[in-house]
Design a protein around this ligand. Sequence first.
Ligand code: PLP
Length: 275
Amino acid sequence: MKPAIWLDGSLRDPDTAMVSVFDHGLTVGDGVFETVKATEGRAFALTRHLRRLARSAEGLGLPEPDLDEVRRGCEEVLKAHPVAFGRLRITYTGGISPLGSDRGTAGPTVVVALTEAARRPDATAVITVPWARNERGALTGLKTTSYGENVVALARAREQDATEALFGNTVGALCEGTGSNVFVVLDGQLHTPPLSSGCLAGITRALVLEWVGAKETDLPLDALHRAEEVFLTSTTRDVQAVHRVDGHTLPGAPGPVTAEALRIFVERAAADIDP
Ligand code: PLP
């Protein structure tokens, strides 16, 4: 299936829909985004995603997005292509601006793209990244389109037959992955790094905290190597067990805590499309 595209207020032909080469999101990464899960033609947790889009835009100093309009864009692409399982990608940028100048005055660019997606496997391998994620940077905690560092880290993971790369922060504490949050079981207790570690306020992370419960704990990066269980959370992974961290195997993944977290998550998510 071709993606369904909604751009600046209306559905477009995906073969001809265009964004300007002078779009500030393209030239300097001046944009924010959301990835939303689409199941049976409906968007999961859309209200939380829209709120986070607005928070990210505010953090980047972009004009406040019209969330009703963005929601309408999501509804229109879903109606045009009610996929059984897919992703909505919402991109909101600073808009058109001549090269070398500040953000333009023409107003932001808003794109909603709907694509089909494959379901992720139950368990996966991860690596740790040998450089630090800044937990006090201007963009920390914002979901901006400036994801270059994440792209490089993910490429390293792929070279090592892993699907995610996990960052430590400048004080050596576990932070997050390139597109996921991380949970760790130590002595039978479920932990996840606090937002002060520099991680994104993941929506799946928040739902697992609310529905399953976990302690928000600063953990050293090497806690991953002595953990009984590790799992990732994200819109694209839901709750996904980790069976290998760097060279260390976690036998029996998904372990009992992860399996229970996944069970609760799936049950609650099925009962409420917009929790
Ligand atoms: N951390 C980063 C850097 C991400 O890009 C994402 C996913 O978008 C997450 C965590 C997980 O967030 P969510 O559960 O909202 O998908």
